[in-house]
Design a protein. Structure first.
Length: 259
């Protein structure tokens, strides 16, 4: 894999300090849910940019009447992580419109800001990133591309089309991808499920704690178990819709982008 470029050095420096230098004292659960919610928020913003792209007179490349939208591996990132951490991208991949970077359909500051959206990363443990990749290859990238295309070809009010693309295309597609990733991971070695006592002397006690502990000492089994947990936390992130998808927020963001 080639080295990914940072599109904006000033933002890269700010992000590096915010996420690598500032300590976040939170549990793994909090980090995983935060990562999932951050992905949803960034994706919602990209959908608003899609609404800007479809509007005439934005100064960039003209949009074709029936655009092809695809999503491939990330190309840009603001910084790299070190040690056990990896710089996990918030968006599922790089969107292309008719095989062209989407910011080329805009001009000036909106184009720069959209390019930045694809470079945001979160420095988290490698197992989070592994869970991301599992979901992405099980349909999350396709859900992202489909949601973007739904906005580009929409003919209604931008806030309605963006909201519908998020809730009716992205959310069910992403949740299906998470479920498929979990199904794939359950075919790999995992620790035995907890067995609880049911008799009068051992009621509620964990009967196989030693066996489960020994299994957890195996690195492969532990990684699989942790990635499965991450996927469950990513699902929980959908319990709360991002503020960026509210109609007023969409209108405000869009008005700052279009001429």
């Amino acid at each position: 894999m080639g080295r990914r470029r940072s599109p904006d050095r000033a933002v890269a420096a700010e992000e590096r300090f915010r996420l690598l230098k500032v300590q976040r004292f939170s549990s793994d659960t909090d980090k995983a849910v935060w990562h999932g919610r951050s992905r949803n928020a960034r994706l919602a913003k990209v959908l608003v940019y899609m609404a800007a792209i479809r509007m005439p007179g934005q100064g960039g490349l003209p949009l074709t009447p029936n655009p092809s939208v695809t999503c491939r591996g990330a190309e840009r990132q603001f910084f790299s992580a070190s040690g056990e951490n990896e710089a996990a991208h918030l968006l599922p991949g790089q969107i292309l419109i008719d095989n062209t970077h989407p910011w080329l359909f805009l001009q000036g500051e909106p184009a720069r800001l959209l390019q930045n959206e694809f470079a945001y990363v979160d420095p988290i443990h490698a197992n989070y990133n592994a869970a991301d990749r599992l979901a992405e290859r099980n349909g999350m990238v396709d859900a992202f591309a489909a949601a973007c295309r739904a906005v580009l070809i929409g003919t209604g009010e931008p806030e309605r089309d963006v909201n519908n693309a998020y809730h009716r295309v992205w959310v069910p597609g992403a949740l299906a991808a998470i479920a498929a990733a979990e199904h794939e991971l359950r075919s790999e070695p995992l620790p035995p499920p907890l067995v609880y006592g049911t008799g009068p002397e051992d009621y509620g006690m964990i009967l196989n704690l030693e066996e489960r502990g020994q299994a957890m000492n195996d690195a492969e089994i532990w990684n699989n178990f942790e990635q499965l947990s991450m996927l469950d936390y990513y699902r929980a992130a959908f319990d709360q819709a991002p503020a960026e998808i509210e109609p007023r927020a969409i209108v405000t963001t869009l008005s700052s982008l279009v001429k």
